[in-house]
Structures are given as C-alpha cells and as structure tokens.
Design a protein around this ligand. Structure first.
Ligand code: ATP
Length: 235
C-alpha cells in the first residue's frame, strides 16, 4: 500500500477536528475525500503532508512510518501537495515558480526532462513563461500549481480543492489533467466539493462528516448511495 492512515486524530489547540481516521491509497489509485465545508478535509491533507501534527494515530508511506517526519522529508520521499486555490508565488514569473522548486532537485538532466514534460502537459504555461504568475487566469494558475507539484516527480499527489473558483469548463479540463496524470502512474488523494466530477475520475472515495469517516466505497457505489446523492449531488 502506498499510503495508509490508522486511527488519526488531529486537533487545533484544544479543539479536536478529526477523529479515528483510517484510510488508504494504493499504487496508481485516485481516491477522493468528500465532505461539506468544515468537515476536516484540508486538515487531513495537511496532516498527511506534515503541516499540522497528529494528536494520535499513524501515517505509513511506502511501508515507512512518516508520522513524525518534517514536511520536506515527506516531500523528498515522494509526496507533493497542491494547496487549496492553487497557490503560487504571484510576483514570480511562471518560469521562476517552476525553477524555484526545480532548484531543490539534484539531478539537472532529470529536472529539464520534467520541465519539458510539464510544458507538454500544459502548453499554455510554456507560452507564458515570462508572465508573472499573479496575472494568470484562475485555470492557468491552477495548472501552474499542478505543474509545480510535478517537478519533483512525486509518487503521491495530495490535491486540495483543485476546482475551487474555476469556471465549469475549466473544472472539467483540470479533472481531465488529473486523470491523465493517474494514467502516467501518479497516485492521488483529492479533496473536493465538486463530488460528481471527483468521483468520476476516482477509483474509490471516503465521505468525511464532522471530522469522522462515515462512508467509504468504490466510486460507482458512492455515486449511487442515497446519502451521497442527497448531501452532495443535490439529487
Ligand atoms: P473547506 O472545504 O471549507 O475548506 P474542510 O473540510 O477542508 O472545509 P478544514 O479546513 O479542515 O475543513 O476545517 C475543519 C475544522 O477545523 C473547521 O471547523 C475549521 O474552522 C477548523 N480549522 C481549520 N484550520 C484551523 C486552524 N488553523 N486553527 C483552528 N481551527 C482550524
């Protein structure tokens, strides 16, 4: 198993926001984490990246306990994080946003290959290399955020609300890109409020409610589930 969480609990100070979270992501899988605002999705993603500490429980990545590792150690092991809203450095150019991350990677030849792969995946980024990231459209910024996460050749992408603030047309194209990345062998854990789109590209999903997993299953089962239909699909 690529990622395995057991009985994870997270709190902000004295306020507990996640209880008894156990979930897994297999090699080559896309797994969705769905839930309403405030359910704890972003917190869980941050916990896996090491940005917020665990109060209890254990996170295994590729068979190693990473629960106490720093975020940069987790990144080095192959976990990349795309924060909510596709945050990039607005005052740096597209090229510098990518090269900033590339500069942390040791093998220059590999980095050049990765950048070429990213430009072929997102030709629009290549057209805008000298443009400041802050002047990109929402969709382009999201592509830059995804591109940046790919520079380090991750095994697992943690994707937090990638569709936030995007026009419906762009939402579909961002999800298609994620699907293409899965086909290239990258595994993903996605948080999404855009539940039908997310489950459509996912193998499995977990429903998070008030800090607890209340339902899990493969995507088809979840899309047919009455609770999911009423709570998230408006059916
Ligand atoms: P959304 O989709 O609205 O981003 P979410 O499911 O990602 O929601 P979280 O952002 O993880 O939910 O928030 C879970 C709970 O933790 C909320 O009650 C939120 O107010 C609280 N919370 C989040 N970040 C912090 C923080 N830094 N300090 C204190 N409480 C926080």
């Amino acid at each position: 198993m690529l990622l395995n969480l057991q009985d994870v609990e997270i709190a902000y100070g004295r306020i507990k926001v996640l209880w008894g979270i156990s979930l897994c992501v297999g090699e080559g899988e896309i797994v969705s984490l769905v839930g309403a605002n405030g359910a704890g999705k972003s917190t869980l993603i941050k916990g896996i990246m090491g940005i917020v500490p665990l109060r209890k429980g254990c996170i295994n990545f590729l068979g190693h306990d990473i629960s106490k590792k720093h975020p940069w150690e987790r990144a080095k092991m192959g976990i990349a994080y795309i924060p909510e809203g596709g945050r990039v450095f607005p005052d740096l150019t597209v090229e510098d946003n990518l090269k900033l991350i590339a500069s942390l990677c040791k093998n220059e030849l590999n980095v050049r290959k990765r950048l070429d792969m990213i430009y072929s995946l997102f030709p629009v980024l290549k057209e805008r290399l000298t443009q400041k990231a802050g002047t990109l459209s929402g969709g382009e910024r999201q592509m830059l955020a995804i591109g940046r996460a790919l520079v380090s050749k991750p095994k697992l992408l943690l994707v937090d609300e990638v569709s936030m603030g995007l026009m419906p047309k762009l939402v579909s194209s961002v999800f298609e890109t994620l699907k293409a990345l899965k086909d290239s062998g990258i595994s993903m854990l996605l948080t999404e409020q855009n539940v039908s789109e997310a489950l459509a590209i996912s193998d499995r999903g977990y429903v998070l409610e008030n800090g607890r997993i209340t339902l899990s299953g493969n995507s088809e089962e979840l899309l047919e589930n009455e609770q999911v239909k009423t709570s998230f699909l408006g059916i």
